[in-house]
Design a protein around this ligand. Structure first.
Ligand SMILES: *Cc1c(COP(=O)(O)O)cnc(C)c1O
Length: 387
């Protein structure tokens, strides 16, 4: 049997039904009740009890001192970069292997993404390669990391916990500290993932979450900023609410702010979804175990498993093809999609996209290789619970 049929059968064996999408949300809790309460109260917009409740619950769940709910994960990244001090003309280190939102947020600040490589065993930013690169490509000028070739300040770095799997946060934190670069974790995909006993998104100066419809929990659209720093938290809240100064009746704004606050009606959904998160994570791990059984004896493919010292949320199940099987990637995608099983390749690397083709970059050999070998599998929570 050829590899594309073998993989398609293995997926079928696990999902146990004719068709399966990549990632569907599941609304099995208090969603309708809370949304109804929200409508009854008339507070459906950017003020209301559910926004504050959702933020409190995110703080409790992640262990972060502060959570600020915003309209989506992209705006969470944009605000985090601004708050970390990224200005027009700066550079920000971004992994080439990520969703485009990470790079876009940098451009929204007038800054330039500077692409770096990933590690095979985490899929995230590679601290050792980064350290070697920074040593050659940068110098410290009055406590600021400056790119020797462009003369621009490298103000921040954004490691991404790809498909929910934690990066080497210890290694990356050390590089950030040694080179005076602010670390912002893009934890959009990794709510519920733990590194060294602590939640992802709580290691950097700031961390960002997404609650888009395809993420582990959803608010329709939504995101959040996590930080332990009170001043930064206040600034995030202020900037996300049009920089309005609190006053009983007056409209006064002390800088150019943003209308980025999460609406109450979305937060109502979020509160209901958070109540089910532990259950969702259990299902995702079970699904991973089933895929592991199904793929164990198929040569030339590995099911990606959580890195060392990590507990992953297993947001998107991932196959990694051996180098020798990479030319079969498209045939595998074709056969599985033809069978009604939604599989997907990873995102095209950032430096291959027209808006980012001229950006600075380090060697991207690992990212290039991974790009040709990754296949995401149907990963919905319902795939475990409904069979
Ligand atoms: C989903 C996602 C985002 C952006 O989130 P939105 O809520 O869709 O704006 C950013 N980065 C990564 C890696 C993501 O997966």
């Amino acid at each position: 049997m050829n590899i594309s049929r073998e993989i398609t059968f293995a997926i079928q064996k696990v999902v146990g039904k004719k068709r399966a999408s990549l990632h569907e949300p599941r609304f099995n809790g208090n969603e309708l009740k809370y949304v109804q309460e929200c409508i009854d109260s008339t507070f459906v917009s950017s003020v209301g009890i559910f926004v504050n409740k959702f933020e409190k619950e995110l703080e409790n769940y992640t262990g972060s001192n502060h959570a600020i709910a915003v309209v989506n994960g992209t705006t969470a990244l944009h605000l985090s970069l601004l708050i970390a001090g990224v200005k027009s003309g700066d550079e920000v280190l971004v992994q080439a292997l990520t969703f485009v939102a990470t790079a876009n947020a940098v451009r929204y600040c007038g800054a330039e993404p500077h692409f770096v490589d990933c590690e095979e065993n985490t899929l995230g930013m590679d601290p050792e390669a980064l350290r070697r690169y920074l040593k050659v490509a940068t110098e410290q000028r009055s406590g600021v990391c400056v790119n020797r070739y462009t003369g621009c300040s490298i103000r921040a770095m954004i490691p991404v916990h790809i498909f929910g799997h934690p990066c080497d946060l210890e290694g990356l934190s050390a590089v950030a500290k040694d080179y005076n670069i602010a670390m912002i974790e893009d934890a959009s995909e990794s709510l519920g993932s733990i590194y060294n006993g602590k939640h992802t998104g709580t290691f950097g100066l700031l961390g960002t979450l997404s609650f888009n419809g395809n993420k582990t929990i959803t608010t329709g659209g939504g995101g959040a900023i996590l930080t332990d720093n009170l001043e930064l938290a206040k600034r995030a809240k202020h900037l996300s609410t049009t920089a309005k100064i609190r006053h009983q009746w007056e409209y006064s704004h002390d800088e150019v702010g943003f209308n980025y606050r999460m609406p109450n009606i979305n937060a109502a959904l979020g509160c209901a979804q958070l109540e089910q998160l532990t259950e969702f994570l259990k299902s995702k791990r079970q699904l991973y175990e089933r895929y592991q059984d199904a793929f164990r004896d198929i040569p030339k493919v590995q099911l990606f498993n959580e890195p060392e010292r990590s507990k992953s949320n297993y947001w998107l199940q991932t196959l990694i093809l051996d180098e020798s099987a990479s030319e079969s990637r498209d045939a595998i995608l074709q056969a599985s999609n033809d069978a009604g099983l939604m599989t997907r390749p990873v995102w095209k690397l950032m430096h291959k996209l027209p808006p980012y083709s001229n950006c600075q970059r380090s060697s991207l050999l690992v990212a290039e290789s991974l790009e040709s070998r990754i296949i995401n599998l149907p990963s919905s929570v319902g795939l475990v619970n409904s069979v």
